[in-house]
Design a protein around this ligand. Structure first.
Ligand code: ADP
Length: 488
C-alpha cells in the first residue's frame, strides 16, 4: 500500500526534534492491521529524546509567541493547504496503519486539516477585556497569553485529527508543542509533521516523539514531570487519563483530557425511524465502532422497538467487511488482537445473559490478519450485561427496550462517562427536556454525526476536562493575566 504514494518523502520513520529528523538507538514495528504485515520500522525514542524535545520547544517559544497571530496564521494556513494537497497520500498512510476504509481516512484528513484553518482564524481573536474601574486612580485590564510548552499524547483511532485538534489551537495561541503519537499509528503523525516543516514552521515549534508502548510510558513520565511543560492534552482511555492526571499533580499542570465515552442513542416513539436507523448506522459502525463518540447503547421505545430493530438489521447485514483499501468496504479491521478479544467477550457475555443475536456475532474469518469482526446487532440487551456498562469499541450495536422518558434518561445517565449522546424525537418539548437532562458534553438531536471544528467537543464526568474545537478550544492554551494600572 505504501509503495503507491505519490510523494514517497511523506513516509518519515524518525522522530522530529528541533526541526531535525532523529533516529533512536532502536526501532519498533508498525503493522498493517488488515494484513498483519510490517509497514515500517520507526525510531523508538525515550526519556533522553523527550528532554531534548522539551528543551527545543522551550527555546523556540519566545520567537514563536512574539510573532503576530496573523504571521502564525499564515503558516497554519499553508500547512492546511499542504494537507489538502496531499490528502490522498495521507489517507493511504492512515488506512495502511490504522485500517479504516480509504474514503473514511480521506474524510479524516479533511476534518483534521479543518482545525488548522479554524484555529488560524481564531488565533486572531484571542481578545482581552477592560473592566470598569471601582477606583478612579486605577484601570483594570485582562490580556490572554500563550501558556508555553504544551505536550500532546494522542490515540490511534483518529491518527491525524486528534493531533491537529490539539496542535492547531496551541500553535495559533503562540505555544510550542511536543507530540507523542500512538504507537500503532506514528506514520500519519510523521507525515503531517513533514508537511508542517514544508509549511515553514520554525525549528522546535513542533516536535514529535515516536515510541512503542513501553517507550510511550517513559516519555509520558518525562512530559508530565517537566516543569517547563505547562499543559498536557491527552485523548485516550479514562484509565490512562487518570494516570497522567496523577503524574501531572506535582507540577500542577493544566490538563485537557478527552477520555472514554459510553454513548446512549435513544429512539423515541415519535422519531423518524428511517432517519434514526441511518443515524445509528453512521454513529455505530464508523471506524468499525472505534470512536469515543460511537453509539454504545441503543435505547428504543417499546412502540417502535420491533420496527426499528428490523430496519436496522436489514442495514447491518449489508455492510461489507474487509481491507480498507478495497472499494466498497465499510468496516475495516480492528486495531489489534486485544480489541477483537474485547468485542468477543462483550458479545459472548450478552448472549449468555439472554440477548438475541440478529446479525454478526463472529470473527470474520479468512480475512488477512484475522482482526476482523462482523458487524453485529444484539437485541433485548439488559443493564447487567458488560456491553451496557463498558465501551465496546467495536462494531457491535446492543439494543435495549424502554417504556418511559424518565426511565430512559435515568438509564442513559447511569454511567461514569459523559461524552456524546444522541436521541431521535420530533416533539419539540421532548427535545428540550431530554437535551437538558442528559448528563453529557454533547447531544446529537436527530443526527448521529456531531463532530466539526467549529463546535466545542468534550465530555463531563469521567469523560474528561476542557473542550476542543470552537472558540473555546483555544482557551486551554492561554493564561488569563490581569493588569492593574495605578496612579492614573
Ligand atoms: P486507547 O485505549 O485508545 O489505545 P490509550 O489510552 O491506551 O488509548 O492510549 C492513548 C495514548 O496514550 C497512546 O499514545 C499511548 O501510547 C499513550 N499511553 C498509554 N499509556 C500511557 C502512559 N502510562 N503514559 C503515557 N502515555 C500513555
Amino acid at each position: 500500500a505504501l509503495a503507491a504514494l505519490d510523494d514517497a518523502s511523506l513516509l518519515r520513520q524518525q522522530g522530529l526534534i528541533n526541526g531535525e529528523w532523529v533516529g533512536g538507538e532502536t526501532r519498533f514495528p508498525v503493522n498493517d492491521p488488515a494484513t498483519g504485515q510490517l509497514l515500517a520500522e520507526v525510531s523508538r525514542l525515550g526519556a533522553a529524546e523527550a528532554e531534548s524535545a522539551i528543551a527545543a520547544a522551550n527555546a523556540a517559544w519566545p520567537a514563536w509567541r512574539s510573532k503576530t497571530a496573523k504571521e502564525r496564521a499564515a503558516i497554519l494556513m499553508r500547512w492546511h493547504q499542504l494537507m489538502l494537497r496531499h490528502a490522498d497520500d495521507l489517507a493511504r498512510i492512515m488506512t495502511a496503519e490504522q485500517g479504516k476504509p480509504l474514503a473514511e481516512a480521506r474524510g479524516e484528513v479533511v476534518y483534521g486539516a479543518s482545525f488548522l484553518e479554524w484555529f488560524a482564524e481564531e488565533g486572531k481573536r484571542v481578545y482581552g477585556e477592560t473592566i470598569p474601574t471601582t477606583d478612579n486612580n486605577k484601570r483594570y485590564l485582562v490580556i490572554k497569553q500563550a501558556m508555553g510548552v504544551c505536550a500532546a499524547i494522542t490515540p490511534w483511532n483518529f491518527p491525524i485529527a486528534m493531533i491537529t485538534r490539539k496542535v492547531a489551537p496551541a500553535l495559533a495561541a503562540g505555544c510550542t508543542v511536543v507530540i507523542k503519537p500512538a504507537e500503532a499509528t506514528p506514520l500519519s503523525a510523521l507525515a503531517v509533521a513533514e508537511l508542517a516543516q514544508r509549511a515553514g514552521l520554525p525549528a522546535g515549534v513542533l516536535n514529535v516523539l515516536t515510541s512503542d508502548a513501553q517507550g510511550s510510558i517513559e516519555i509520558g513520565q518525562v512530559l508530565c514531570q517537566s516543569d517547563v511543560v505547562r499543559h498536557l492534552s491527552f485523548t485516550g482511555s479514562t484509565e490512562v487519563g487518570r494516570i497522567l492526571m496523577r503524574q501531572c499533580a506535582p507540577t500542577v499542570k493544566k490538563l485537557s483530557l478527552e477520555l472514554g465515552g459510553n454513548a446512549p442513542f435513544i429512539v423515541f416513539d415519535d422519531a423518524d425511524l428511517d432517519a434514526a436507523v441511518e443515524g445509528a448506522m453512521a454513529s455505530k459502525y464508523r471506524n468499525a465502532g472505534q470512536t469515543c463518540v460511537c453509539a454504545n447503547r441503543l435505547y428504543v421505545q417499546r412502540g417502535v422497538y420491533d420496527a426499528f430493530v428490523e430496519k436496522l438489521s436489514a442495514k447491518v447485514v449489508e455492510l461489507k467487511v474487509g481491507n480498507g483499501f478495497e472499494p466498497g468496504v465499510n468496516v475495516g479491521p480492528l486495531i489489534d488482537a486485544d480489541a477483537v478479544a474485547k468485542v468477543e467477550s462483550h458479545v459472548a457475555d450478552a448472549l449468555a445473559k439472554g440477548a438475541r443475536l440478529l446479525a454478526g456475532g463472529y470473527r470474520a474469518e479468512g480475512l488477512g490478519s484475522g482482526q476482523f469482526y462482523a458487524p453485529t446487532l444484539l437485541a433485548d440487551v439488559k443493564a447487567d450485561m458488560l456491553c451496557a456498562r463498558e465501551e465496546t469499541f467495536g462494531p457491535v450495536a446492543p439494543v435495549f427496550c424502554f417504556d418511559t422518558e424518565a426511565e430512559v434518561i435515568e438509564a442513559a445517565n447511569a454511567t461514569e462517562f459523559g461524552l456524546a449522546s444522541y436521541f431521535y424525537s420530533r416533539d419539540i418539548g421532548r427535545v428540550f427536556r431530554v437535551g437538558e437532562a442528559l448528563e453529557y458534553g454533547m447531544v446529537g438531536v436527530n443526527t448521529g454525526l456531531i463532530s466539526t471544528a467549529e463546535v466545542p467537543f468534550g465530555g463531563v464526568k469521567q469523560s474528561g476536562l476542557g473542550r476542543e474545537g470552537a472558540h473555546q478550544g483555544i482557551d486551554d492554551y492561554v493564561e488569563v493575566k490581569y493588569l492593574c494600572l495605578g496612579d492614573i
